[in-house]
Structure formats: structure tokens, C-alpha cells
Ligand binder design. Structure first.
Ligand SMILES: [Fe+2]
Length: 191
């Protein structure tokens, strides 16, 4: 058994707790975590490692600190799309080998190796699609929340999620529909 980690200690190590990006990371990741745990709770037939899911939900976006996205207080040098694999590198360096892959497998509905190559994306050439049940739940829950505005706390309406995903092709929308089929939807907008 590894010793328990406090995800907030890790977040604080990479983002100044007084900074804008830290507040965004905590708010967005907490919204995603709460929904991810609700999904786990509403799907008792699935065997889910809830502790892993919770840690991953709180840490999945840590890589944004190394990207350039001034709107959300990020002043690194890499393009925003790199936040997934950069987060994986951070968490691996922290010894969080099980949590690390979630970082690069939650963007959109996942990015395939083929897409990375064909679209010449600035990413390592490997599969970055959610694979385990916990990775799929995190990816799904993440689509309901943004990092700015009211959707930091309030789940996005489906119409908005579809509109965002459609920019990357119909396949992404179909993948999202698969998640709805796997995990359900009706409870997402409950108080
Ligand atoms: Fe996220």
C-alpha cells in the first residue's frame, strides 16, 4: 500500500495557492470530482476504484501550469493542448504512477495516436484515449465543466457540450454518447 497523498499538497507545489490558476484548478477539479463520484455512486454495478478516481479528478489538469493560457493565469511555454501529457510527467515525477495517465486521457473524449499523427498535434505519438472505467468516468465528468464562467460550478447543458465536441468531429460526439450510455445522464443536473 502506498501512503495516502493529499492532492491539494501536490497542486500547491506546482501552483501558488494565492494565484488565479490555483483557484481555477481547485474549483474546476472539485466540480469534476463531485460529479465523478456521483457517477460512481449511481453505477454500483461497476467495479470502481473510488479513491483513485477522486485523486485523479483533483489532479487531472495540473499540467495547465506549464502551458501558455493567460486567460486562466497560465504563463508557461507549451501550447494548452499539451497540458495532458505535461500533467502526466508531473505526476510521474511525484511517484503517482496510477494517477498520471488520467492527465493525458481526458482531453475531449480522448485523442488517438492516429489523430495526433494525422493532425500533426504537438503531442507524443501514443494513444491518449480513456481506457479504464475510472479514466472514462473522469473524461465524461470533465466535459460538463469549464475553467471559466458559470460552468466552473454548474454543469454545462448537453447542447453546449455537443457544440464544443463537434469542432473536433462527429466521432467525438458519438464517443460522448457512448459515455452517456455507459454511465447515465439523468442525475447530472440534480441538486
Ligand atoms: Fe478538466
Amino acid at each position: 500500500m502506498s501512503s495516502p497523498i493529499d492532492p491539494f499538497d501536490i497542486l500547491k507545489k506546482y501552483a501558488d495557492p494565492e494565484s488565479k490558476v490555483y483557484k481555477i484548478l481547485v474549483e474546476h477539479s472539485t466540480s469534476v470530482k463531485n460529479l465523478a463520484l456521483k457517477i460512481a455512486q449511481k453505477n454500483p454495478h461497476l467495479i470502481i476504484d473510488v479513491e483513485l478516481l477522486e485523486q485523479a479528478a483533483l489532479l487531472h489538469d495540473i499540467g495547465i501550469v506549464k502551458t501558455y493560457a493567460p486567460d486562466i493565469g497560465c504563463f508557461g511555454v507549451k501550447p494548452y493542448i499539451c497540458h495532458g501529457y505535461l500533467g502526466r510527467e508531473i505526476l510521474e515525477s511525484e511517484g503517482l504512477q496510477k494517477v498520471a495517465p488520467f492527465c493525458e486521457r481526458h482531453t475531449g473524449t480522448g485523442i488517438s495516436r492516429l489523430e495526433i499523427i494525422q493532425q500533426n498535434l504537438p503531442l507524443p505519438h501514443r494513444e491518449m484515449s480513456p481506457d479504464t472505467i475510472e479514466e472514462k468516468i473522469l473524461c465524461y465528468a470533465d466535459k460538463f465543466f469549464s475553467k471559466t464562467g458559470k460552468n466552473l460550478y454548474k454543469p454545462k447543458k448537453l447542447k453546449k457540450i455537443y457544440k464544443n465536441l463537434l469542432k473536433y468531429g462527429e466521432g467525438k460526439v458519438r464517443k460522448f454518447d457512448e459515455f452517456i450510455g455507459m454511465f447515465g445522464l439523468y442525475y447530472v443536473y440534480e441538486e
